[in-house]
Ligand binder design. Structure first.
Ligand code: GUN
Ligand code: FE
Length: 460
């Protein structure tokens, strides 16, 4: 049954429905219904196109992207610590445990203050939308109230979001001023968050979902991990956590359970097809097989890999193993709120994984994994769009019928960042690469989520 078209968008679009490939839809027309869902894509050479264009123009339903502008799918950022936004760019030369103790925990503890939380979260959601991220997976602070408020802010601003309240209850691992009071309170708060955020989601057009969010094993007691696993089974809610991020975490978990993160989390009931595992550079082939079997998604955070893992996640192996992989900024384990920046970094760190980094050692001792580890710019674009959508099981990421109309309009002719290429290297792949590598936030002019205009810099 065809749905009624309420608006139509005319211009040239890039998207990547298939890993490793991209499509350039030149002079195409995208028809969108009243729910913000794509009804049909009329390609540039379709004989009906000019009649349709005229009809939509006459009825005031046509939006034309304009010359030098291109439509890209809204990005899907699957790992963001919302309360760490004021910390972005700070102390990234410290190891993870010190960064957490000295900066992150004191900062996150401030989100008991609702006024402060509203100010920071409102600014963050605006900053992400302004950079083209129409879907974001958030970890909130350990506070229930401000985490629910974050979901409400996303709903109001039109961003599709998954929102969790971070659980960290172990008195031996977390400061007294910032931790859950008990396993029962942490599980109870998470159950309340699930109900409240589901209600916010039901009232939104674009969708908002709750996420069960144990910070990582070292900050949680066995009891809370078991309780959250039971909650995952009884509610079917999404789950997110940090997994095998660094050597320190790896060793702590192995010492405590005699097994590594993936198996420990599985045995607590926290590994299923709704689980998002952040980072994962230390995930072995065998652990990866288990993830693929259980339908887990990995949030690849290339910046945080460099800062806190001192290792690079083997994205191409994960993909070959059949694991869902999306991209995350990891604000503020990565300093940038921009998925453009992370698309670039995913390519960059994969080059280091290929060859290894210490040129003083013989080639076979440098730690490089050899050919086949490189991520191309087109693959990275897929990770930031279709990959993220697949990871979450949500219909976004491409311009295909049945998907949400989530689009960012990139102007390649901005005065301070001309991406037109000056008439040379003008093939679609060259245009796309320039957009992905060189865009600044200023080049992103308009952003639509579920058919709603959620950011409009032209109107400023
Ligand atoms: N592991 C536990 N907490 C955190 C966090 O806030 N950021 C990162 N990158 N890793 C973590
Ligand atoms: Fe993180």
């Amino acid at each position: 049954m065809s749905k009624e078209v309420k608006s139509a968008y005319y211009g040239s679009f890039f998207h990547a429905p298939v890993y490793g490939e991209f499509e350039y839809l030149e002079d195409a027309l995208i028809e969108v219904d009243g729910d913000g869902v794509i009804v049909r894509v009329v390609t540039g050479d379709d004989p009906c196109k000019s009649d349709l264009l005229e009809a939509y123009r006459n009825r005031g339903m046509l939006v034309e992207l304009g010359e030098g502008r291109f439509g890209l799918p809204g990005f899907v950022d699957i790992h963001v610590h919302a309360p760490q936004w004021p910390q972005a760019a700070l102390a990234l030369d410290e190891p993870l445990y010190l960064w957490l103790e000295q900066r992150t925990f004191p900062l996150e503890s401030k989100f008991s203050d609702m006024e402060f939380a509203r100010r920071v979260y409102g600014d963050l959601v605006d900053a992400l939308l302004a950079r083209g991220s129409t879907t974001t997976v958030y970890l909130g602070s350990a506070h229930l109230e401000s985490s629910i408020e974050l979901a409400a802010i996303c709903a109001e601003k039109g961003q599709r979001a998954l929102v969790g309240k971070t659980v960290m209850d172990d008195p031996a691992a977390n400061p007294e001023y910032y931790r859950d009071a008990s396993p029962a309170q942490a599980v109870g708060d998470t159950a309340t968050l699930i109900k409240e955020v589901e209600a916010i989601g039901r009232a939104s057009k674009q969708g908002i979902w709750p996420v069960i969010t144990p910070r990582f094993i070292p900050s949680c007691t066995d009891e809370v991990l078991r309780g959250l696993g039971d909650l995952a089974a009884s509610t079917g809610a999404y789950v997110q956590t940090h997994c095998n991020e660094g050597q320190w975490e790896h060793d702590v978990v192995l010492e405590r359970f005699g097994k590594t993160d993936p198996y420990a989390l599985r045995d607590f009931g926290l590994v299923n097809e709704r689980t998002i595992m952040a980072h994962c550079p230390y995930v072995t082939e065998k652990e990866g097989e288990m993830f693929a079997e259980l339908g887990v998604a990995i949030a690849h955070c290339p910046m945080a890999n460099s800062y806190f893992s001192s290792a690079v996640a083997p994205v191409q192996r994960f993909r070959k193993q059949g694991i869902h992989v999306g991209l995350g900024t990891d604000i503020s384990g990565g300093y940038s709120p921009s998925m453009y920046e992370n698309i670039r970094q995913a390519v960059l760190v994969s080059r280091l994984l290929e060859t290894g980094v210490n040129a003083m050692l013989p080639p076979d001792e440098r730690g490089g994994l050899g050919e086949g580890t490189r991520v191309s710019i087109v693959e990275s674009f897929w990770l930031a769009t279709t990959g993220g959508a697949e990871a979450l099981g949500l219909p976004t990421g491409t311009f295909e019928p049945g998907r949400a109309f989530d689009m960012q309009v990139v102007d390649t002719k901005r005065p301070d960042c001309d991406l037109t290429g000056f008439g040379v290297f003008d093939a679609p792949i060259d245009r796309l690469a320039r957009i992905l590598y060189l865009s600044t936030p200023d080049n992103v002019r308009k952003v639509y989520a579920q058919g709603r205009l959620v950011c409009d810099k032209d109107a400023r």
